[in-house]
Design a protein around this ligand. Structure first.
Ligand SMILES: Cc1cc2nc3c(=O)[nH]c(=O)nc-3n(C[C@H](O)[C@H](O)[C@H](O)COP(=O)(O)OP(=O)(O)OC[C@H]3O[C@@H](n4cnc5c(N)ncnc54)[C@H](O)[C@@H]3O)c2cc1C
Length: 431
């Protein structure tokens, strides 16, 4: 019988700093082997599956994922600058198998809480004692007239890394010198709050070398965005932001940045005040919880409400919703957040199997953005649950933004940290 104590669990977090929880564990000896079914083999699902098995190797853990391989969205903006290939961010599930996780490649049609079953398209049903759901986001296709899933094949969102990332890259490569790229940013909340702004910088990185007269315009339905001061500073330094010669321009809601309509045939966007045409358009649509969460009655509004101490669904017991699909304010929808939440949920599931109460959770998030070959910025925080407001709040003094007056050496080092973080999180979730 394997036992694990809190120190061991934190050590299991490896290079990824805090393990994401401060729960005290009772002995994990279990009478029978409970079954956990994990829906979605992204960051939240993989991390939960791996850590459940690490916490109790007797558990039967089955992960059901629709795709044979996982292509990470994080670092996919680097494919757009040409700094990395899609292959370098694509991974299989062999590592999880080595942890004793059963992998089923199939699409889940619904979780059926009444029968404690998960139904799939081809593989039948799976019974569970606890079910973890981390299906990511889906898009609200009715937000911009003229833009839908079919049109996104030619005017890509590339907000799931994969074929659309390559389409966008090819379009940027074949754009004429002096051409214009428009990125339409989404309203809050959405996955990876700094992502659209890093994307603009990564496209500019490519254009600076290959199409120095190109322009990248961000049309934004918001008036403020994540790490805004640091982005503006980096864009100014690297891409002339704010000058007549700016390669990157940003128009917020107050300036007319809300896009209402797309005419795909002429590549024209109708915004609130003005019409814009472009050689390349990248629309990142507004977002909501992944489809299967709706099919499983887990959603209220656009996201899945959870008990923020455990990530157990507020709508159905023994179902745990993690990552982008969950309503976990004020944590951002990020890979690091999903990874951290998964460890809290894994600990809570084991604790519940043992008939004990969960302890006080802590969570962690760091988000890097790479603006140039030697220019990285970041935001970091350690979070805890504030019961009175039922909000996951950053612990005062636990993190912060990288300094506005950072040296060139520090900015260069943040790029290295970003790449190192990427390797660590992949390793932590699936190796
Ligand atoms: C351009 C970009 C850059 C980003 N950069 C960063 C970054 O630098 N740092 C960071 O922390 N985060 C970053 N993110 C955000 C990060 O990718 C997400 O927050 C993270 O992947 C969320 O994990 P998840 O488990 O909720 O969902 P995902 O990782 O999206 O995984 C969901 C999985 O569920 C599967 N699935 C869905 N429905 C079903 C079903 N019915 N049946 C079976 N399987 C299903 C999907 O195939 C998918 O594999 C970035 C995102 C983007 C778009």
């Amino acid at each position: 019988m394997n036992k694990i104590n809190r120190r061991d669990f934190i050590r299991l977090g490896g290079g990824l700093t805090l393990a994401g929880t401060s729960l005290m564990f009772p002995t994990l000896a279990l009478a029978a082997a409970p079954r956990v079914v994990v829906v979605g083999g992204g960051v939240g699902g993989c991390t939960a599956a791996k850590y459940l098995r690490k916490l109790n190797p007797n558990l039967k853990v089955t992960l059901i994922e629709a795709k044979k391989q996982y292509t990470s969205c994080f670092m996919s903006n680097e494919v757009l600058s040409g700094d990395r290939t899609l292959d370098s961010i694509t991974f299989d599930y062999e590592g999880l198998k080595r942890h004793g996780v059963e992998i089923v490649i199939d699409r889940v049609t619904a979780i059926e809480p009444a029968n404690k079953q998960v139904a799939t398209v081809d593989s039948g049903t799976f019974e569970y004692d606890a079910c973890v759901v981390s299906p990511g986001v889906d898009f609200k296709w009715d937000a911009i007239e003229g833009y839908d899933a079919a049109v996104s094949e030619t005017i890509p969102h590339a907000w799931y890394a994969g074929p659309q990332t390559l389409t966008l890259r090819r379009q940027i490569e074949s754009m004429p010198e002096g051409g214009r790229v428009i990125i339409v940013a989404p309203p809050n909340p959405y996955k990876c709050p700094p992502g659209p702004y890093e994307r603009a910088a990564q496209i500019a990185m490519y254009c600076k070398h290959h199409k120095p007269r190109a322009k990248i315009l961000i049309l934004d339905p918001k008036d403020a965005f994540s790490k805004q001061g640091l982005f503006r500073q980096g864009w100014s330094k690297l891409y002339g932001f704010g000058t007549d010669n700016a390669m990157i321009e940003w128009v917020g809601a107050a300036g007319g940045g809300i896009v209402e309509e797309l005419d795909p045939s002429t590549r024209t966007l109708q915004a609130e005040v003005e019409e814009f045409t472009a050689d390349v358009i990248n629309i990142i649509p507004p977002q909501k919880a992944g489809k299967v969460a709706y099919a499983s009655d887990l959603v209220e509004g656009d996201w899945c409400p959870v008990n923020k101490r455990t990530f157990e669904s507020k709508r159905h017991p023994d179902v745990y919703v993690l990552g982008d699909a969950s309503s976990a304010a004020k944590m951002p929808k990020s890979a690091y957040a999903a990874n951290s939440q998964a460890k809290v949920a894994a600990a809570a599931i084991i604790t519940k199997f043992n008939g004990a109460d969960p302890g006080d959770p802590t969570f962690v998030n760091t988000c890097y953005s790479i603006l140039g070959e030697e220019h990285g910025i970041s935001v970091a925080a350690v979070y805890t649950l504030d019961e009175t407001t039922n909000t996951i709040l950053p612990i005062k003094g636990s993190g912060g933004l990288s300094p506005m007056d950072a040296s060139a050496e520090q900015r260069k080092r943040e790029v290295k940290y970003a790449h190192s973080w990427f390797k660590n999180v992949i390793n932590d979730m699936m190796e």
